[in-house]
Ligand binder design. Structure first.
Ligand code: 5GP
Ligand code: ZN
Length: 111
């Protein structure tokens, strides 16, 4: 836990969020500024800044596995998972998170 991290505050309930799912290790909630009809953020309960700064592959498996399970439980078979790593890639919150996007067609390459 990091005291000044926005997503750690959301996990602790200090900042309200629309919770979608919670497991022993993961927490999922609706993005405040959705980029698709369904836009869920999946985070690990352990604070880690970014994909590149974690060497804990179990943590990655837990957060990606949670994203997969949430998609399956929502009946989704077409969706996109996004991890922005670093400011120039679009990362604005420095608590590792997977974006789960669904409900519209997606183009390639991404912007
Ligand atoms: P990033 O740009 O770091 O990949 O993604 C951060 C995401 O967090 C953005 O999609 C943004 O809309 C979302 N976000 C930022 N602040 C809040 C908040 O207070 N609550 C929720 N639910 N989402 C937030
Ligand atoms: Zn955090």
């Amino acid at each position: 836990m990091s005291s000044d991290c926005l997503f750690c505050k959301i996990i602790r309930g200090e900042i309200p969020s629309k919770k979608v799912a919670e497991t022993e290790h993961a927490f999922a909630f609706e993005d405040i500024n959705p980029q698709a009809p369904k836009h869920i953020l999946v985070i690990h309960k352990t604070h880690t800044e970014s994909l590149a700064t974690t060497s804990d592959n179990n943590l990655l498996a837990e957060v990606f596995g949670a994203a997969r399970d949430i998609a399956a439980q929502a009946g989704l078979s077409n969706y996109r998972l996004v991890v922005n790593n670093g400011p120039e890639a679009g990362q604005t919150v420095f608590h590792l998170h997977v974006h789960l996007l669904a409900g519209r067609p997606f183009t390639w390459p991404p912007g």
